[in-house]
Design a protein around this ligand. Structure first.
Ligand code: AMP
Length: 282
């Protein structure tokens, strides 16, 4: 397992693999790797001869008041996780390597980014689409792996690949959770012990919503209303959104008459956490 910092080094390594006829998978991450990331690396290792893990806290996807500076970083620990789960190369560039002076080209998307996280984080998906496009151009993978934990991001990336005719298979991987249900996230490290307990309202609300869908309830407001009431009963929790959207367009729906995504974003203290379920998976 190798760690490289430059685009040139990634290209040289990938060309060498290609010359041997090997396939390449890419797992884009912001580092501080946990079992969620590990599951993506394992999936890539299963499907491809070689796996590249990008480890880059992308400044472009953070808003001015967000946690870019405090975002946890630990390359040494990340290297162990990548090695243990079958990754072959870590690409860990400095921001200047990815965004040279005068950088001025962006990949942006309209409809799918208007709802959910796109509402509370207006420049987020432009940053995500731009950096993921750059990573695709740098690594030129056969397949790229994304978690369903960031369900809107997965939908946006799939749409971008389709819109822009990128010849890459996008693989969506299930949400990995802590034993008590909390979805694993690098941001969980921000939580105090009291907040960590309070954060359980997210997965509890998701389970409540799933159960209602399982019972055959089709009224979106009835489901999100019950989920909101559960979250609001926790004093440390503040809802950003609890919504049910059409899987294809990410636009809100009133009746569950098509494949839908139920997504939530909740502040626990100052930490913003997300969780979701797809109605088709219930
Ligand atoms: P991040 O480092 O948070 O940008 O995440 C990198 C990738 O890992 C994204 O595709 C995420 O959706 C995925 N990921 C993060 N947490 C989880 C999780 N708990 N389960 C599955 N995938 C995850």
């Amino acid at each position: 397992m190798k760690i490289v910092k430059t685009i040139a080094e990634v290209r040289t390594q990938v060309k060498e693999w290609r010359a041997q006829g090997l396939t390449v998978g890419l797992v884009p991450t912001m580092g501080y790797l946990h079992e969620g990331h590990a599951s993506l690396i394992e999936a890539s290792h299963r499907d491809n001869d070689r796996t590249v893990v990008s480890d880059f806290v992308n400044p472009m996807q953070f808003g001015p008041t967000e946690d870019l500076e405090s975002y946890p970083r630990d390359l040494e620990r990340d290297a162990q996780v990548v090695e243990e789960h079958g990754g072959d190369l870590i690409f860990n560039p400095e921001p200047e390597e990815m965004y040279h002076e005068g950088f001025s080209s962006f990949v942006d998307m309209t409809v799918l980014t208007q709802e959910l996280c796109g509402l509370s984080r207006p420049i987020h998906f432009r940053g995500v689409c731009t950096v993921v496009s750059k990573l695709f151009n740098i690594v030129k993978p056969d397949r790229a792996y994304f978690g369903k934990k960031d369900a809107q991001q997965l939908a946006v990336i799939r749409h971008m690949v389709d819109d822009l005719n990128m010849d890459i298979e996008i693989v969506g991987c299930p949400i990995i959770r802590e034993a008590d249900g909390l979805a694993k996230s690098s941001r969980n490290t921000y939580l105090s012990p009291a907040e960590r307990k309070a954060a359980l309202v997210l997965s509890q609300a998701i389970n409540l919503g799933k159960a209602m869908v399982g019972e055959g309830i089709k009224d979106a407001a009835e489901i999100t209303g019950a989920m909101k009431a559960h979250i609001n009963a926790e004093p440390l929790a503040k809802i950003d959104y609890v919504k049910i959207v059409d899987c294809a367009t990410m636009q809100q729906i009133d009746v569950l008459d098509r494949p839908a995504l139920c997504a939530i974003a909740v502040y626990i203290g100052k930490t913003r956490l997300i969780d979701n379920f797809f109605t088709e998976d219930v």
